[in-house]
Each structure stands twice: as C-alpha cells, then as structure tokens.
Design a protein around this ligand. Structure first.
Ligand code: TTP
Length: 393
C-alpha cells in the first residue's frame, strides 16, 4: 500500500522551534519527528511513500531523498496549507489503489499501523480520558459508524488517532468543502468513507500528536525510552554512564561526567568534564555541555552550548544557542500548579508540574541569567548578565 505522509505544515503552535525547520523535521531521539512516521509506514509494509511538503520543504527532501530504507519516496507540494484533505489532494496524482494517510507530526505504535494496513478501510483509534478535545468515533458491531469533531457531549471515549487506510474510491472524494475553521479536513473524507464502506477501528494503546513545544519533549521521552545502551564514542574511564545511554561515534564524554539514561549523545557532541546529564535527554549533533553543568529531561538541538556552571531542566532548546555561565532554568512553580506556556498568544496549561523554558535558534543568555518556568525565548533573543527573566521575549 502507498502511504501519504502529511508534512507541509509549519507548526505555528510550536514556534519558535519551527523558526528554521518545519515541525516534522524537529529532533525526536536520533531522527526527525516525521522519520518516525515514515519508519512506521515502512515497517507496516508500505511499498511507496508520498510526502506532502510545503513550508521549508527542502529540509524534508534532503533528509529522505528519492529512496529511503529501500522504499521509493515521492514528493507532492501543497502550496498553501489549506487543510489535511487539501494536502492529500495535492498527492492525488500518485494514488492508484488503496492508500494510507499518516500525519508527519504524529508518533504511532508501529504495530497499530501494520494492523491498519491489514484492515483497510480502517482508522486508528485510541481510548482517551477527555474525548472533547478530539475527533470522536462511534462504533457499532465492530464498524465505525460516525465521527464527530470535538463534541461537547462525546458519544464514546474513542478518539481518532490520525491514521487512515482508505479504499481507492476515496481518491475521488478528497475535494471536500471547507470546515467552520476554513480548512479542508481529512476527517470529512473519512466521514464519506464511513458512509459508503465498512470501516474497521484499529485500536492503539499509544499515540501522540506533537503540536506544542512540551509535546516535542514528551515525544523525546517516548522515543529515548526505547533506546538500547550503545557506546561508540570516546568515553573517559573516569565517566559514569548508567542505564540506557547511547554515545554515538564522534561524541566525547570527558572525566567526571555522570549520565543517567535514557540519554542520547549524538555525533560531534562533547560533555564535561564534570557534568551531570539525567534522562530523558537528547544532546544533538555538535552540542557542548561543559564543566559543572546539569541537564535534566531536556532536548538540546544541534550546535547548542551550555558550557559552564548552568542548570537546564525539562526544557527544549533550539539550534546554535549559547547559554552564558551560570544560566539557571527554573522548572517548578512554588504554588505547585501546572506550568503555563503561551501558544499563539494564549496562555495554556502544559499539564506538567515540571516544565522549564523553550528557546528558539540562536538565543544567547548573559552570565547568571535566571529563567522562570514556562518561559519562551524567541529566535535570537538575548538576555543581559544577571537578569531574572519572567516574561517571554
Ligand atoms: P496540524 O498540526 O493541524 O497543523 P500544523 O502542522 O501546520 O501545525 P499548527 O496547527 O501548529 O500550525 O497538521 C496535522 C498534520 O497535517 C501535520 O503533519 C501537518 C499536516 N498538514 C499539511 O500537510 N497541510 C495542511 O494544510 C495542514 C493544515 C496540515
């Protein structure tokens, strides 16, 4: 079966992390987010991948090329991000026969994707506590009979987990009218398929939609948690690596370092001397973590430096950031409330008791900067020495 993977969006809710790379190309463990989707499709038996690209599409093309893991990859360009059905429609010239549609910013359980392919027409479903935030599926006698978006009074607690196996006929139904929010939605295509075919709900225990910065952290928690210990880089005898720690070839771990897995130290990264890295943590390519620095449950993207006397906890740092000596991140509120974060101008709860900061590419902090929980530092923002930063900048 061909798998259409949607990767045309910018990811406005995940800004500033999507400043130079589209959300699907943000790092999740050792690969971009969308590579986990494509891998799940290939593991499920996809014989061709069609990637729908748009925003910063070159980064996606460079990563996958024309063939990925021996499977042919085609690219369809969606010029304006007018919705998920519109995105699949952009790929319609590649479609002959049944086809799967997966979101390039979702993490799937690969075995659920395999079951989806085997059960076409089918949709992945997951039981959730609060179905009001999802597309909700109703079933009857093992078949999906309805889907309703974010209902006030959900008929079931079965949420649409964003993975579809459509029959060939669905190719003719992609041109759906715009929804209330002005987008052409794949769920309206699913509704038509439900009307005309017996659609199987394939239940999955684990699924994740990465929309906001702390969800990128949670995606890393998931995928770093699947690592098996592997030490290929240069590790000092006076360093201590505990649990599932991966040190890639070309990475260096100096004396006095303690790493508690799960942690991934990518090629070109340097840690220590005397640093403490706690899981789940990703230190991306060419990251530098120096003397007397503690990093806990965080993502540091390519080229970022936290070189001296600093603490970073439950945070997501973009590329080529420099944290000055003594920069300290607070990740817990004194009132013990969940940390809040501003998404597209609105304060929302992260539902996390511990969450630190999100910093865009090229941020520079002055020495002894203190950063409060849930803070957002935009691309290339700076702080002055000794500043206590309590508001986004
Ligand atoms: P969304 O997460 O709804 O949109 P987005 O990725 O643009 O993010 P944001 O809302 O923060 O701006 O998209 C779901 C998936 O579909 C995701 O993989 C991106 C993809 N997509 C497209 O390819 N084209 C589109 O027009 C839209 C709306 C989404």
């Amino acid at each position: 079966m061909k798998a259409v993977v949607l990767a045309a969006g910018e990811g406005t809710r995940i800004r500033p992390l999507s400043g130079s790379v589209p959300k699907p190309m943000l790092p999740v463990a050792d690969r971009p987010l969308v590579a986990h989707t494509v891998d799940a499709a290939i593991d499920a038996g996809a014989d061709e991948i069609v990637l729908v690209v748009g925003y910063e599409s070159e980064t996606v093309r460079e990563f996958f090329g024309a063939t990925y893991r021996g499977v042919s990859v085609s690219y369809a360009v969606q010029t304006d991000q007018n919705g998920t059905a519109d995105a699949v429609n952009a790929a319609s010239e590649y479609l002959d026969g049944p086809f799967a549609v997966l979101n390039g910013d979702n993490l799937y359980d690969p075995s659920a994707v395999a079951a989806l392919f085997d059960s076409c027409p089918a949709v992945c479903a997951i039981e959730v506590e609060n179905p009001r935030n999802y597309g909700v599926l109703s079933t009857d006698d093992g078949t999906v009979v309805d889907i309703v978006e974010k209902p006030a009074d959900p008929p079931t607690n079965l949420a649409n987990a964003g993975a579809y196996a459509f029959p060939e006929r669905a190719r003719d139904w992609l041109d759906v009218p715009a929804s209330e929010r002005g987008e052409h939605e794949i769920t309206d295509v699913l509704a038509r398929v439900i009307d005309e075919f017996a659609v199987t709900p394939v239940t999955t225990d684990r699924w994740m939609d990465v929309g906001r910065p702390w969800e990128l952290l949670e995606a890393n928690e998931w995928k770093l948690g699947e690592l098996d210990r592997s030490i290929e880089g240069e590790v000092s005898d006076a360093a201590q690596l505990e649990g599932d720690v991966v040190v890639e070839e070309g990475a260096t771990v100096k004396p006095g370092v303690v790493v508690e897995g799960p942690a991934l130290i990518r090629s070109g990264a340097t840690v220590g001397p005397n640093a403490y890295v706690r899981g789940a943590t990703l230190l991306g390519e060419d990251v530098s973590v120096g003397n007397a620095v503690e990093i806990k449950n965080s993502v540091l993207s390519r080229g970022t430096s936290v070189s001296h006397l600093s603490y970073v906890g439950d945070s997501v740092l973009g590329r080529n950031i420099n944290f000055g000596a003594g920069t300290t991140v607070a990740n817990l509120r004194h009132d013990d409330e969940s940390v809040k974060f501003t998404v597209k101008g609105e304060r929302v709860s992260t539902n996390r008791r511990k969450f630190g900061v999100v910093a865009g590419d090229g941020v520079k902090t002055g020495i002894n900067t203190s950063l409060t929980p849930g803070l957002k530092l935009e691309t290339a923002a700076t702080t002055r020495p000794g500043e206590v930063v309590e508001r986004d900048r």
